[in-house]
Ligand binder design. Structure first.
Ligand SMILES: *[C@@H]1O[C@H](CO)[C@@H](O)[C@H](O)[C@H]1NC(C)=O
Length: 151
C-alpha cells in the first residue's frame, strides 16, 4: 500500500486541527501503521507561527498524547503533497473547495464523513469541557478514518 499523508484542517490551526493531528498520529501508531505522515493547518492565517492553544495542549497531556505544532496556513501545494485533506467543519470544507487547484490529487472531505457526518465544533470560546469533547471526537474519527480506508 502506498504511503498515507493526511492533513487535518480547521480555521486557525491552534485548537481543533493540531489536536486532530496529534490524535490521528497516536491512533495510527497504536495500530502499528508506520507509513503515515500527519500534519495540520488552518484555512486562515491569523495564528501563523503560534503554538497550539493551552487548552488543546493540556487536554492532550491529560491523555498522554504527544503534541508539537506551529500553526500554518493551507497552501496550494498541500493539495498535491497530501493524499487526504480532512476538514473539521463545513465552513472549512467550503473554503478548501474554493482554493483547491485544478491539479489537486488529495481526497478532500469532511473528517466526519467517515463516521457520522458531524462537524467538530470550535471549542475556542467555551471551557475545558469543549476541548475534551473535541479530543473524544478526534479519537472516534481517527479510528473511523483508518477503518474506512482499510488500515
Ligand atoms: C499545481 O498547480 C499549481 C497552480 O495552480 C502549481 O503552482 C503547482 O506547481 C502544480 N503542482 C503540480 C504538482 O503540478
Amino acid at each position: 500500500m502506498s504511503d498515507l499523508k493526511v492533513l487535518i484542517v480547521c480555521l486557525g490551526n491552534i485548537c481543533r486541527s493540531p489536536m486532530g493531528e496529534a490524535v490521528l498520529r497516536d491512533v495510527a501508531n497504536k495500530r502499528g501503521i508506520s507509513d503515515i505522515t500527519v500534519d495540520s493547518c488552518g484555512t486562515a492565517g491569523y495564528h501563523v507561527g503560534e503554538l497550539p492553544d493551552d487548552r488543546t495542549v493540556s487536554t492532550c497531556r491529560k491523555h498522554q498524547i504527544p503534541i508539537e505544532h506551529s500553526a500554518r496556513q493551507i497552501q496550494t501545494s498541500d493539495f498535491t503533497e497530501f493524499t487526504h485533506i480532512l476538514a473539521a467543519d463545513e465552513s472549512n470544507l467550503r473554503n478548501l473547495e474554493r482554493i483547491r487547484p485544478k491539479n489537486a490529487t488529495a481526497e478532500l472531505c469532511l473528517w466526519g464523513s467517515f463516521l457520522d457526518h458531524k462537524p467538530i465544533a470550535d471549542p475556542y470560546y467555551g471551557g475545558m469541557n469543549g476541548f475534551e469533547q473535541v479530543y473524544q471526537q478526534c479519537v472516534a474519527l481517527s479510528n473511523a478514518f483508518l477503518d474506512k480506508i482499510g488500515r
